[in-house]
Design a protein around this ligand. Structure first.
Ligand SMILES: *[C@@H]1O[C@H](CO)[C@@H](O)[C@H](O)[C@H]1NC(C)=O
Length: 78
């Protein structure tokens, strides 16, 4: 995937995902725009990451700073 996909995939690796809601986060795709919970703009840049209602837990890390076009982030942490 591209730089933003790589960053998101690195984030996925940090998280516990008991219900498999991040299984669509496939790093072999050219960009992460079809991944569930990820929204891109018309230029295929990640602008929104919403992990609400997903039961995902864990800690976020420096990966998020690589999502330079992000406008909305919702990651409930436990
Ligand atoms: C989150 O976990 C609860 C309790 O196990 C379950 O009922 C619910 O379906 C899960 N949510 C998702 C999005 O998988």
């Amino acid at each position: 995937s591209n730089e933003e996909g790589d960053a998101l995939y690195a984030l996925r690796m940090r998280l516990s995902d008991p219900n498999g809601v991040l299984q669509s986060w496939d790093p072999t795709l050219v960009n992460p725009c079809t991944w569930f919970h990820v929204t891109c703009d018309t230029a295929s840049r990640v602008v929104r990451l919403d992990l609400g209602n997903s039961n995902v837990s864990g800690s976020i890390g420096p990966e998020l700073s690589r999502l330079v076009n992000l406008q909305y982030l919702y990651v409930p942490l436990r």
